[in-house]
Design a protein around this ligand. Structure first.
Ligand code: MTE
Ligand code: MO
Length: 408
């Protein structure tokens, strides 16, 4: 990970002590050079350093615990990594890529393809079984459709299965799948499934699934297979994702949901102004607003049947605007105009951005002393309020969060 985040952190820390002076200084600068921009800088970095992602990995031993010769044998070094692509069942492929005849794709070939077909994409990784996103990265790679184009004519394929390195116990394979149309027929301007080889401007570290990882922009983490090594085109139409086993929805889309930064109970002075902060995951249905509801009480769980939901007074939170400059947010040397969803001025075309994390704040004046419940939810661009539109929690776990507050 480049050190731009830590430098920014250091800067931010040093600024908290000097906030008055720094603010006055920048205002004076703005007057001299350009009109003052009233937008505040983001309250925190947009990208999560690779090492700080929450890890969701199966296997014993874990692929990222391998070292030395074991890593070489596993083909998880830049030099030894290979991708096999072939067809099974009644599907056919003109030029399969196989280890046995030395045709498997290697990393230099993939990076070379990236020179002409590469793309960059901001995406939060989120597990459908864990509410809070695991981290947000800037992923760079090559569309899977471009890689398949290297494989000669394909016929009679309805789906593809893919998996990464695992040990020799077949029970430990972690596999995922996509319909061929999802791979080949991406609407132009939309993000395709892609083979990622860079995260936050650096090669993807082993801990995050490097050297090469699948990234499926719209999907929960289980489609984004780490340590990718094998893609099999098949005539089978069935989803056979490993994740389908435990009643997970194996075709779930990322959904929109809000979280408190600190969801724990707190005791705070009554009658004082305060600011609550948090994040929101922006799923495929978009994010129209984040809203909060403060009510007297001390029950973190309010049953769906409780009539209070019907008369709840939800108040709108403020969604932080995009940073004035993306320079400090992105890896050094990376031109924001190269990133999906950014315009020719290097600014996001839409805000907040799909499949990424938005930051919100909610100023309120603490009421009189007593026990309160503060709930937060999102409303998506279809007008569905969290936890809708989930058909079940295994399609993205996310009930409305509640923070218990005691004002004294
Ligand atoms: N090879 C492999 N890829 C995998 C997994 C795994 O266990 N093995 N876990 C998946 C799941 S369930 C999630 S949520 C994401 C987590 O990504 P992260 O560990 O980079 O945060 O990786 C996915 N890719
Ligand atoms: Mo997951």
């Amino acid at each position: 990970m480049s050190d731009f985040l830590s430098r920014r952190d250091a800067l931010r820390l040093s600024m908290t002590g000097l906030i008055a002076g720094a603010a006055a200084g920048s205002a004076a600068c703005a007057l001299a050079d350009e009109p003052a921009d009233p937008r505040p800088e983001p309250s925190r970095p947009f990208l999560t350093p690779a090492k700080d992602f929450k890890d969701v990995s199966r296997g014993t031993p874990l692929p990222h615990s391998l070292m030395g010769e074991a890593l070489v044998a596993a083909r998880l070094t830049d030099e030894t990594w290979r991708l096999e692509i072939f067809a099974e069942d009644k599907a056919t492929m003109g030029s399969p890529k196989r280890l046995e005849d030395n045709t498997a794709l290697d990393l230099p070939a993939l990076l070379d393809l990236g020179k002409t077909k590469g793309l960059a994409f901001l995406k939060a990784m989120q597990c459908n079984n864990i509410p809070l996103p695991l981290g947000q990265g800037l992923w760079e790679g090559v569309p899977l459709r471009e890689v398949l184009k290297l494989c000669g004519p394909i016929d009679n394929a309805r789906r593809l299965y893919y998996w990464g390195f695992h040990n020799n116990d077949p029970k430990q394979v972690f596999r995922s799948s996509l319909a061929m149309s999802q791979v080949l027929d991406t609407p132009p301007g939309e993000m395709p499934p892609f083979l990622a080889y860079r995260l936050n401007g650096e090669p993807i570290p082993l801990t995050r699934g490097g050297p090469v990882r699948m990234i499926v922009p719209w999907a929960h983490g289980f489609k984004s297979i780490k340590w990718l090594q094998r893609i099999v085109l098949t005539n089978k139409h069935e989803n056979n994702d490993t994740y389908a086993d435990a009643n997970n929805d194996p075709e779930s889309y990322l959904k929109t949901a809000a979280y408190f930064d600190d969801g724990g109970g707190q005791t705070l002075p009554a009658g004082q102004p305060l600011t609550m902060r948090g994040t929101a995951m922006v799923g495929w249905p978009g994010l129209a607003r984040v809203e909060l509801w403060l009510r007297q009480g001390n029950r973190a769980v309010l049953p769906d049947s409780d009539p209070a939901w019907q008369t709840a007074e939800w108040q709108k939170a403020v969604i932080e605007p995009p940073p004035r400059s993306w320079k400090g947010q992105l890896p050094e040397g990376l031109d924001p105009r190269q990133i999906w969803g950014f315009n020719a001025d290097g600014m996001p075309k839409q805000w907040p951005m799909r499949f990424s994390i938005a930051h919100w704040s909610f100023p309120l004046t603490a009421p009189a002393a007593g026990a309160y419940e503060l709930r937060v939810r999102t409303v998506d661009d279809n007008g569905f309020a969290q936890p809708e539109p989930r058909p079940g929690q295994k399609s993205g776990r996310n009930l409305v969060q509640c923070k218990l507050l005691t004002f004294v």
